[in-house]
Write a protein that binds this ligand. Structure first.
Ligand code: AHG
Ligand code: MN
Ligand code: MN
Ligand code: MN
Length: 338
């Protein structure tokens, strides 16, 4: 049956109706993000012509050379969030400090947004899938300015999480805790339209996604799991296929649709892992669990991890539940072997 045409805005408003006490603030916030995503998408699509490839020459708090599109995307999302009036603070991969927006000016702005404005920056200049990842919390403190406890909330306190993938088509995928829905940008309308209702990740897949260039630096449990994926076994469909794009959003999105596991473990070079908890691991973990999958740091459920600092890193095993469970089993068996 051909599905009913629904734009992101229509969908958000319809879903809001399911929550009588909703004030519409989260709906407006999601639409603000959708607007910024369309602006960033336009720039990405003409990047080669607009002279926005390449580095800015600056280094961010992560120690990474910032790409022009990192900075552009960061500016667009921050501007849209400030203008929208629903957000009282922003955590961005590209900003060392918290961006506090004076709630006095914005009245009752109640949401904190954590964002990776452009994920997969190393792929920008080579036209490979990149994305934006966002995570939304409700403010917990009252009174004047935002406080640390507003920002350092566990992932299980998120009210919404999502990503945009700027790929062969541009999609926005998000959850507010009631399932995962995907919207494809229709360039002729300039609207995100519902294309993937009620997304569920297959419980098992045949894809493993890890940067095997780091093999020698992996814990033994990961090395054993990689070898497990490469063995011949009819029952589990092994050997699996190895797919690694180098953009978490793209690797995650493929696994969400086809089934699979993405692993960025702690390594001897990055003992806390590489990916950031607040604006990469937590939002993706909320999405995958809402889609029936699992996300762990190797010992603990990602969404239960203590959040101590803005740019905290974490190991991550995320994807189809049975595949994550198998990888964690190996991590347990070889827990203290590097
Ligand atoms: P970002 O571009 O936002 O800094 O994130 C890059 C991340 C993630 O997208 C990807 O999965 C990972 O870095 C790739 O890291 P390696 O190149 O070390 O494999
Ligand atoms: Mn980066
Ligand atoms: Mn990223
Ligand atoms: Mn980034």
């Amino acid at each position: 049956m051909k599905q009913q045409f629904r734009t992101l805005d229509q969908f958000i408003i319809e879903k809001q109706a399911d929550f009588p006490c909703a004030t519409g603030g989260l709906s407006r916030l999601l639409r603000d993000i959708g607007i910024a995503a369309k602006v960033v998408n336009r720039e990405i699509n003409r990047a080669g012509l607009a002279g926005v490839f390449g580095e800015t020459g600056t280094v961010n708090i992560q120690g990474e050379c910032q790409q022009r599109l990192d900075v552009y995307a960061n500016e667009q999302f921050i501007t849209a969030l400030k203008r929208g009036g629903e957000c009282c603070a922003i955590v961005s991969e590209e900003d060392e400090e918290l961006i506090a927006i004076d709630p006095g000016i914005l009245g009752n702005a109640r949401y904190i947004v954590a964002i990776d404005p452009l994920d997969g920056s190393s792929n920008i200049d080579v036209n490979v899938g990149i994305g934006t990842i966002f995570s939304i919390y409700r403010r917990v403190s009252t009174g004047g300015m935002v406080r640390p406890e507003d920002v350092l909330q566990k992932g299980n306190q998120q009210v919404a999480a999502g990503y945009i993938i700027y790929g062969s088509s541009t999609m926005l995928v998000y959850t507010t805790g009631n399932g995962v829905n995907g919207f494809t940008l229709d360039p002729s309308l300039g609207e995100f339209c519902l294309s993937h209702p009620d997304m569920m990740i297959p419980d098992h897949g045949r894809i493993y996604s890890v940067n095997e260039g780091n093999y020698i630096r992996f814990p033994e449990g990961v090395r054993r799991y990689i070898r497990y994926c490469q063995e011949e076994d009819l029952l589990t469909g092994r050997p699996y296929s190895s797919r690694y794009i180098g953009s978490m959003v793209a690797d995650f999105h493929r696994n969400l649709i086809k089934g699979g596991i993405f692993i960025y473990p702690a390594t001897t070079a990055a003992p806390n892992g590489k990916l950031r908890l607040i604006y990469e691991c937590n939002p993706m973990a909320m999405i995958v669990e809402q889609a029936g999958g699992a996300a762990s740091d190797g010992q603990t459920r990602i969404l239960d991890l203590e959040v101590r600092e803005l740019h905290q890193r974490s190991a991550i095993f995320i994807g189809s539940k049975s595949m994550v469970e198998k990888a964690l089993e190996m991590m347990e068996v070889y827990s203290d072997v590097y």
